[in-house]
Structure formats: C-alpha cells, structure tokens
Design a protein around this ligand. Structure first.
Ligand SMILES: [Zn+2]
Ligand SMILES: [Zn+2]
Length: 348
C-alpha cells in the first residue's frame, strides 16, 4: 500500500491498487478524541487525563485498519483502487476539509466515499442506515455582551452584563419555538456562559458560546440573522451592546440513495437482513458531509451497544463504551462495501 502521512495535519492516506485499473472508492476513519475525563473501571480506560475517545474514533481507526488488512489480502479480486482516509480533527476542526484541500480526492480521483460511525443507540451486530439528510448542519457562535462594571451595591451606576446575558439566553429560546416551522428540525444551544469573578463586583462583559443546528438552508440563514437581531435588541433595551461572531461549520450530511442501497446489500449478504436497521434523523454533525458534497456514497452506523448493558453509554459522555465484538462486524462491512463497489457499477 502507498502511504502518505501529514495530510491536513496528522492525516494519513493509504492507496491500495487492485488487479486492474478501475474506479476508486474511499473509506474513511476519523482518529481524534474529546476533552472529557473518562470514568469507569475497565483496564482500557484512557491513560491521558482529561482526554478520552468518547466518540469512538479509536474504534473507527481499528475497523478501517482491519478492512485495510482484509482488502490487501484480496487485492487480486478487484479492479481499481481503495483509498483509506484516516483523518484528524473531526470534532469541530474540519479535518476532512483540510485533507480535501491537500489533494485527498485526487491521484487517484475518488469516485465514491463511505464512512461508518459507532453508535450505542444500536446493538452490536446491527448496522443502521438512512437515505437523504442524516446529520445536521452545525454552526458555532460567540456572543459578547458589553455592559459597564461597578460595585455590586450600586447597580444603577453600572450596566450589568449578567442580567443582560440572562435575558438574551431566555429570548433566544423563542427562535426555535416561535419562529421556525415545527416540522423543520432546528436546535439552538448556549453551551457556555462566562461572566464575573466574585460576588460583590458587577463585571464589564459576559461571553456566551453556543451552537445552531439545522437541515433546511433557509432555517440556517434565519437562525444566524435572528440570533444577532434578538440579542442586539434585548441588549439595546437594557443599555448594553453585543458583538456576535458567527461561524458556519459543517454542512448537513446527505446520504446518496445508491450509496445507502449498496451498504444495505452488503449488510444483508454479510450479516443477514435482520442486521439492517433504520437510522432516525439526528442533529449531530459530521465533516464527512464535505466528501458527500463532492462524490456519491453514504455514512452508516455501527451498533456497539452490548446486549447485556442496562444503559446505552452514549457518545460524548464520560461513560461511553463500545462492545468490541462490533469491531470485526464493522471491518467486514467496510471490506464488503469496497469490494462490491469495485466489482459492480458505481452509484448513479
Ligand atoms: Zn463526536
Ligand atoms: Zn464522532
């Protein structure tokens, strides 16, 4: 296999050629972790304080290395090439886009792309798929409230950003509940509020950070515009000012019907039809969407919930875990997807 390192930061790309020239299919794994302290008793807990594979990307890496090994052993059975993508910075850093900017989709030119994500919503042994919109567009914003600090006992001589921030947070809840069609999925979450240092001082500023999620581009535009208008209006009414820094992150992930059909065929062949389950629409985000904007393909979900677990142990939580019996299942499906794509016709 030809291996290139340092693509888009710490990304790695492997290219495996089959017996004859043909199309190129890309298989993706992401590798990054999250700033969470891992809890639990298991011997394989993170050895790095405050850093944890809470999104299961170590599982994705293991799955794709397994697929790479199996496909290497079977390279005489297919025409064309398999490109293995190991990407950094999926968790907000757009590592996939950085790799695309450094030539990921060229040499050889990628014709289709597939990725999986572990999910304890589904049991180990199951694969979940969904046609069309599957993951949300996700944006990030920082809202700074500028007031005027002073003595806690003389509030009339200050403009208190704590109270203004509280009013803004409450007012922003009406965007999704009162201004967007209930049939159009949208989320607005303030995940961070930083203000003040002690009990008897009114601070100068407050900083709010949050995320806005949507599928419909018109809803995305509305959230960005009305976020600024509502926050500025509330601040003005209370003698304060705001500054809004709004950053569009990942586009929504839209699975191509042909890619989903191919994954479904492989799952039925390799695992049996009872292993294939329907994925619900969710508001998480994924930078694999940048690849599916460029080529057909699909992202699918590898069930990792143990049958004996009382609780699902969700991703992005300190209790996240995966049933490792799912890893060879993922590797087998990834291998099957590449083989079927390269042996049959491309998704339309
Ligand atoms: Zn994640
Ligand atoms: Zn993830």
């Amino acid at each position: 296999m030809q291996v290139q390192t340092g693509v888009g930061g710490t990304g790695v790309v492997g290219v495996l050629h089959g017996a004859r020239p043909g199309r190129t299919v890309l298989l993706r794994a992401d590798m990054d972790a999250l700033p969470i302290e891992e809890r639990g008793e298991e011997p394989y807990l993170s050895q790095h304080p405050g850093v944890m594979h809470a999104c299961g990307h170590d599982g994705h890496t293991a799955v794709l290395l397994g697929a790479a090994r199996m496909l290497t052993e079977r390279s005489s059975e297919f025409a064309g090439s398999v490109k293995f993508m190991f990407q950094p910075a999926e968790e907000g850093g757009a590592g996939a886009l950085r790799m695309i900017e450094q030539g990921l989709m060229d040499n050889p030119k990628v014709d289709a792309a597939f990725a999986l994500h572990v999910d304890p919503l589904h049991y180990a042994g199951e694969i979940a798929t969904r046609v069309g919109p599957t993951m949300a567009a996700a944006d990030r914003f920082t809202l700074t409230v500028h007031g005027a600090g002073g003595h806690a006992a003389r509030p009339h001589l200050a403009v208190d950003p704590v109270v203004v921030a509280a009013q803004i947070i409450t007012a922003l809840q009406t965007l999704v509940s009162r201004e967007i069609d209930p049939a159009d999925p949208a989320v607005l979450t303030i995940g961070s509020l930083t203000v003040g240092t002690t009990f008897n001082v009114i601070p100068d500023t407050a900083t709010l950070k949050g995320t806005a999620r949507s599928y419909n581009p018109a809803v995305r535009d509305l959230l960005e515009r009305r976020l600024g208008e509502v926050a500025a209006g509330v601040a003005q009414a209370m003698r304060a000012q705001i500054r809004l820094d709004y950053e569009r992150l990942y586009p929504s992930l839209v699975n191509h019907p042909s890619g989903v059909a191919l994954v479904g065929d492989v799952v039925c062949d390799v695992l049996g039809p009872e292993a294939l389950v329907q994925r619900d629409l969710m508001m998480g985000a994924e930078d694999f969407s940048y690849l599916l904007e460029r080529v057909p393909g699909a992202m699918f979900y590898l069930g990792v919930r143990g049958r004996d677990w009382a609780e699902p142990r969700p991703i992005h939580s300190a209790s996240f875990d995966l049933d490792e019996r799912a890893l060879p299942v993922g590797a087998a499906v990834m291998t099957g997807v590449a083989l079927r794509y390269l042996q049959a016709g491309p998704p339309a």
